[in-house]
Design a protein around this ligand. Structure first.
Ligand code: 5GP
Ligand code: MN
Length: 323
């Protein structure tokens, strides 16, 4: 049986369902969690919306966001992970349910997905996890309302930088057109996702941009926990600074290294088409897409720079040799 049919059968047979998404959630993570969850609720299911971290201020416009929590007491019969390539990425709120002996559906679009589910719906051709969800919702007989479409569109907009990445396909645009037909305000979603940053995020960019390093065509910056505290920014990785760095004409790969409060270093990577940062992130225990990837590793900022930059330079060299 195709995995989508198996997933649909399991969902139909379950009354209480926990859906979880990754830590430091981005628009695709929350759009997938809420879009799928609202759809399952419309079928009368009890749904837990799990995420270790709260909904970021800029994403509070998403319908259903108030229900997102780091725990649940519904005793789910089925667990669904969305937009997460491995179980570590799902965080502590999922740990108990992942080992509870209940079936696990893994819905994701990362090429680095490790197929941790009982059923794995993994499509690296999809530009966003939310691009995959209309097929699942259709098979369940869910009507995609304007609220559900708003969540799904936020995922498309976020992961494609407003339909501007090389991951966009005709299917992405078909899904987008269908969501638009429900009456969503796409311009307002794009505005909320990309033009409603807190002042402290801009201050963080200022810090990062005043401390740029460049070697070969790798551009990077580091942000210490102390500096982040000075500007009052909590632990968030989805600040968009890596996207700014990769806009440098001289750069083929960008990296932003941010020291978190727990001392771990969050690494956010971007690459121009033809280069592949997913393989580098995977080798460091993280994951992502060829053009946007990341990982979380132990060590001081200095030690992590010393480990990471040679790997990124080797990636540049391997492409140069091939070309
Ligand atoms: P960002 O740089 O925007 O935080 O993340 C870019 C991409 O890399 C996203 O697709 C994200 O899911 C993935 N990613 C970022 N950090 C990690 C990580 O620590 N582990 C894994 N598996 N993927 C990550
Ligand atoms: Mn995604």
């Amino acid at each position: 049986m195709p995995p989508t049919e198996e997933a649909v059968k399991l969902i139909e047979a379950s009354e209480r369902i926990a859906i979880a998404t990754h830590i430091s959630p981005d628009p695709d993570a929350l759009g997938s969690l809420l879009g799928l969850g609202l759809g399952l609720q419309s079928l009368g299911k009890q749904v837990a919306f799990l995420c270790d971290d709260p909904v970021p201020t800029k994403l509070r416009f998403l319908p259903g966001g108030d229900a997102v929590a780091s725990s649940t007491d519904i005793q789910p019969e089925l667990f669904i992970g969305v937009d997460a390539s491995d179980v570590e990425r799902l965080g502590e709120s999922s740990t108990a349910w992942l080992s509870a002996g209940i079936p696990i559906i893994n819905i994701d679009h990362h090429i680095t997905n490790v197929n941790f589910g009982t059923i794995n719906l993994v499509d690296p051709q999809a530009a966003a996890t939310t691009e995959m969800l209309p097929a699942v919702l259709d098979a369940l007989g869910v009507i995609i309302t304007k609220d559900i479409a708003t969540c799904l569109a936020a995922g498309l907009v976020g992961d494609t930088r407003s339909f501007g990445t090389s991951s966009v396909t005709p299917h992405t645009m078909h899904v987008a057109a269908r969501l638009l037909e429900t009456g969503i305000d796409l311009a307002a979603i794009i505005e909320a996702v990309f033009s409603r940053r807190s002042l402290s995020v801009l201050q963080l960019w200022g810090l990062g941009l005043s401390n740029l390093h460049m070697d070969d065509s790798v551009i990077w910056t580091t942000i210490s926990a102390a500096k982040r505290r000075e500007i009052g920014l909590r632990d968030i990785s989805d600040t968009g600074l890596s996207n700014i760095l990769i806009s440098a004409a001289e750069a083929n790969i960008s990296a932003v290294l941010t020291e978190k409060s727990d001392g771990k270093i969050d690494i956010s990577l971007r690459a121009r088409p033809d280069y592949d940062v997913a393989s580098v992130a995977l080798s460091l225990g993280g994951g992502g897409h060829p053009q946007a990837a990341g990982c979380l590793i132990e060590g001081s900022l200095e030690a992590v720079v010393e480990r990471l930059i040679p790997l990124l330079k080797a990636q540049i060299a391997s492409v140069t040799e091939k070309g």
